[in-house]
Design a binder for this molecule. Structure first.
Ligand SMILES: [Cu+2]
Length: 109
């Protein structure tokens, strides 16, 4: 009995931290903040094809934005970078300096 309960608990924990935040629903915005500390906020956004998304670094550390398969953009404290999304799709991105903590998704409609 105890073993079954433990297995269930482990499964629940594993589901709770499953990768790139599938549980969070996307926010309709073109503005992403690199918030204190080591976070993209909001983590998942939804934009229209042709929109330009701007990431602004409000953290105390340099971060980057690299959309999968594309160029890496370094963003210092107080700086920002803008990327235009022309084609519909789901674009995953990371900060290449903090891959384990900082990733997000742009959903282009
Ligand atoms: Cu970073």
């Amino acid at each position: 009995m105890a073993r079954v309960l433990l297995a269930g608990l482990l499964l629940a924990l594993a589901a709770g931290c499953g990768g790139s935040g599938e549980a969070e629903s996307p926010v309709a915005t073109t503005e992403v903040t690199m918030a204190k500390s080591y976070r993209f906020e909001p983590k998942r956004i939804e934009v229209d094809a042709g929109d330009t998304v701007t990431w602004t670094n409000d953290d105390n550390f340099t971060h980057t934005v690299q959309v999968d398969g594309q160029e890496d953009h370094e963003v210092g404290r107080g700086d920002s970078v803008s990327i235009k999304f022309d084609r519909p799709g789901t674009y995953h991105y990371v900060c290449t300096l903090h891959r384990r903590d900082m990733d997000g998704e742009v959903i282009v409609r």
